[in-house]
Each structure stands twice: as C-alpha cells, then as structure tokens.
Write a protein that binds this ligand. Structure first.
Ligand SMILES: *[C@@H]1O[C@H](CO)[C@@H](O)[C@H](O)[C@H]1NC(C)=O
Length: 475
C-alpha cells in the first residue's frame, strides 16, 4: 500500500506513461448477471464455483455490499460512482427507446484512461445504444467485445430477431453457435496475451451468466442430476460455467506475469430471480425489489495489494463505491461530486466502513422509495411483489420450504439485527423517532431525483431496418 501511494505521488510530478505506471495495479472488474446471494459456493455449499471460491476466501469476502435491484441501474452506479436516481437511470434500458446513460458523466474507464490505463470491456453494456455516443468505445473503452442490450440467446447472440454482438462498432456473426461465456473468456485471453505489461490494464468483464435464457453446455448439468427443478439445474450449471471462464482469465493473467499485480473485484449486478432458478436464500425477495435478496449481492476483492486477506468484511458498501475506490488505487484524486466513497483503506485493512447511508432507490414515477441509514432501512410507496423467502430447489428437496410473507408496508427494519427482514418495526412505538428521522432524510433526498423518462417505443429501432441487426444510430 505504501508503495502504491508513494508511486502515486511520484506520478503526479512526472506525469503518466513513465516507468512508474508499471507499478499501478492491473484491475479486473468482473460482474455477474442476476447471480443471487445463494448462487455462489461461499454462501451455499451446494453451488460448484471452486475458482471463485478460492479467490474469495484468499481475498476479502464482502458480506454487506449492495447493488441496485436491476441491471442498467447497477451498471450506472458502478461506472459513474453516483446513485442512479440522480441521473434518471432508475430502470432498465429498453432497446426500442431513445435513452442512455447521460453523456456528460465521466465514466470509470475514462478516468482510468487519464491515469494511464489501457481499458477493455468484454460482455454486456446495457447503458444505452440508440446512438454510438452512448456505446462503450465512445465512453472510455479502447476496445469492446460483447452486446449492448439486456439479454439474448447465449449461442446465436440475438434478441428477438436482431443480432446484438459487437467487436467495437462492427457487428459480428462469427460467434454464432459459441456459448457467450466461452466467447468472452477467449476474448479476455486475447486481450491479456496482447497486452503490453508496462501499461496498467483495466479489464471490465460483465458476463452474460447467469441471466436467462436457461442455456448451458450439457456437460455442466451432470453434476446437478439430482436436482428436480430444470431451471435451478440450469442456473447451477451456468454458475459453474462462469466459474470455469473466470479461471481461464486468471490463468491468462498468471501466464502473462500480470497476476501478482492484479486487483480483482467480483460482484453481481442484482439479486437472483427465484422463478428462474436463481436463489437469494436465506435473504428475502428477489431481483427487481428493494428486499435484501434483490440488492445485497455476492461480492469479493482479491489481490496482493490488500494488507489483510482471508476474512469477511462486514462493512456497508455500495456499487457506487467501486469507482472512487479503483480511481484511488490507480493513483487518482477524489471527486467530491460523487456519491461513492473510497473504500480502499477500509477493505484493505478491515477497518470500519466510511459509508453509513445509501439510497436503494428513489423513483417517483413508480412511487417506490427505500433508504438505509446506519442499521435501519425504510421502504415506502408502492409495494413490490416477490416478497417471500424463496427456498432453492436443492433445499426444497431436503424439506426446507419457501416461507410466505404476511406483513405489509411501509417497512422499517433493523438490518443488522434482522438481515432477513422478518420483523417490520414501522408501526412500533419504540421506533417512532427513528421512523420519523428516516422519513425526514428521505424527504431531503427526494428533490435530487431526476425522474426516469417516460418514452415511447421508436419504430426506427427495429432491427429489420438494418438487416436484422440492433444497430445504433437511430436517435
Ligand atoms: C453474512 O451476512 C449474513 C446476513 O447478515 C449472515 O447471515 C452471515 O452469517 C454472514 N456471513 C458471514 C461469513 O459472516
């Protein structure tokens, strides 16, 4: 750590592109899609993710790290360091609507590029693509290989009738028939093998796995032959396939001699969708909700630059913190305009978290609000469905059943004492002053909301206009 800090100071005097840059850590940021709390082996021994398991247990497991309830908002938080409600990014990007992450935001890859990094992205974007200005190579990535939208066929790389698979700005069809998890691992291997080791590398690797559709090479299903639920069986296979792909990437970094100076961060973009076979057990709720099961995600950090490893970090952390933390590790300065906090000192030593509050979301159009302050969580407005405790198939087969909720909102929970959100304190007299203080704080934050825009589908988006390709450039 001291060495990194010292070199950061030297870097300020001598500028970038000098030999000092070689000491900056390479950064591997891996995001899994819809991977639930109980879809990783350190939270559920039935899951087979041995490579992730080793990285997590020899690094620092994050046990209280939050994402947004859905995909585009989580990626917004990650790449801007701001809560999506401040940017009108509370909901997922729709491929037919003219919308994207605001262009005046400076994204993580742009910041790292200024600090001397080579920046590459492999995987899912989902932050807007109706015009090229919204797409990865115009937003700080030297290269992009993957897809722009939210989901697609893992083999044909089409959604509806349109192909959505890109190498930079070129639509490619040579991966037809190749499982995306493998396409992405191969591309990451190629980037690493061609990388100049004297330049710090930033590799952003947001995999398609384990989002629907339920597609996985059949060899991955054998381990789970006793699982009676086909969706659960597929998801477990997909998690293992993801794990194998990550091993290919870390092996490539080792082979190239970069691994000892690589900082790896892994997290999911939101909770799992229980009806599709992902699992957040024992947490409550699912993807798309403010329950802990929708937002508290499996995550860890790994790397030699951590002062203390092999422990579970219980501090409060949010996806918005990734940007300032990585910028600090890369030798950059702090930007006071961000919501994110620099967690580096805290996660690398195990010290208390600098974060005491976060916004699950403020979405006035949907009338949905939730915030966390200290140990408490307030949820008001319309109530989302999916509020039970869903047991995954392997537990149901052992007789552990889904528990059905019977409480109603608004909700106030003490998350520290009651992480499973079983005891709603909202109307309890002893908590009246905490409830009022939480509501006051929420009301203070509401004026900072940029509402999510209400846009109509634009027929110009239709891939049939562009030879069955989801082509940017129509807005
Ligand atoms: C992580 O947090 C959950 C929920 O609070 C808790 O049940 C679990 O014991 C924690 N894990 C570890 C390893 O401390």
């Amino acid at each position: 750590m001291a060495v990194v800090l010292f070199l950061a100071i030297v870097g300020c005097f001598f500028g970038h592109g000098t030999a000092q840059d070689t000491a900056k850590p390479h950064i591997l940021l891996i995001v899994a899609d819809d991977l639930g709390w109980s879809d990783v082996s350190w939270n559920n021994p039935y899951v087979v993710t041995p490579n992730l398991h080793t990285l997590a247990t020899t690094g620092v497991i994050f046990n209280q790290t939050y994402a947004q309830p859905t995909c585009s908002p989580s990626r917004t938080a990650l790449l801007t360091g701001k809560f999506p409600f401040r940017l009108g990014m509370q909901r997922v990007m729709d491929s037919k609507k003219p919308h994207g992450l605001p262009l005046d935001e400076e994204l993580l890859p742009q910041k790292l590029k200024k600090l001397g990094y080579a920046t590459h992205m492999v995987g899912k974007w989902h932050l807007g693509s109706c015009k090229w200005e919204y797409t990865p190579t115009e937003r700080g990535f030297d290269s992009f290989y993957g897809y722009h939208h939210g989901s697609q066929d893992y083999y044909t790389h089409k959604s509806a009738r349109g192909l959505d698979f890109w190498d930079g700005k070129t639509s490619i069809s040579d991966q037809n028939g190749v499982y995306s998890t493998e396409s992405f691992a191969t591309r990451a291997e190629n980037i690493i093998s061609q990388h100049d080791p004297n330049t710090p590398l930033f590799l952003y690797l947001p995999f398609q796995s384990v989002h629907t559709p339920h597609q996985v090479p059949s060899s991955y299903l054998q381990t789970f032959s006793t699982i009676q639920d086909d969706n659960r069986k597929s998801i477990l296979g997909m998690a293992t396939a993801l794990d194998d792909a990550i091993k290919r990437v870390t092996d490539a970094l080792k082979g190239k001699g970069l691994w000892d100076n690589t900082l790896t961060i892994f997290m999911s973009d939101n909770g799992g969708e229980y009806s599709e076979g992902q699992s957040n057990w024992p947490l409550r709720g699912a993807k798309g909700t403010f329950w802990e099961g929708g937002t508290r995600v499996p995550a860890f950090v790994h790397g030699n630059m951590l002062e203390r490893t092999g422990y579970t970090y219980h501090g409060m952390m949010h996806g918005v913190d990734i940007l300032p933390t990585l910028v600090s590790v890369a030798g950059g300065t702090e930007d006071p305009g961000l919501d994110g906090k620099n967690m580096w000192q805290s996660i690398s030593t195990g010290a208390d978290s600098p974060r005491n509050e976060f916004v699950y979301d403020i979405d006035s159009g949907a009338n949905r609000y939730a915030i966390r302050i200290g140990d408490y969580k307030l949820v008001t407005g319309n109530r989302a469905p999916k509020d039970d405790w869903y047991a995954p198939a392997e537990m149901q087969q052992m007789g552990i059943l889904t528990e059905i909720a019977d409480d109603t909102g608004p909700f106030l929970f003490n998350i520290k004492e009651d992480p499973l959100e079983k005891s709603n304190l909202y109307n309890a007299a002893e908590y009246a002053s905490i409830q009022r203080a939480m509501r006051r704080r929420l009301n203070e934050l509401k004026p900072f909301e940029v509402p999510f825009p209400d846009l109509a589908d634009d027929p110009a988006a239709d891939p049939s206009n562009y030879g069955n390709v989801w082509m940017p450039g129509w807005c």
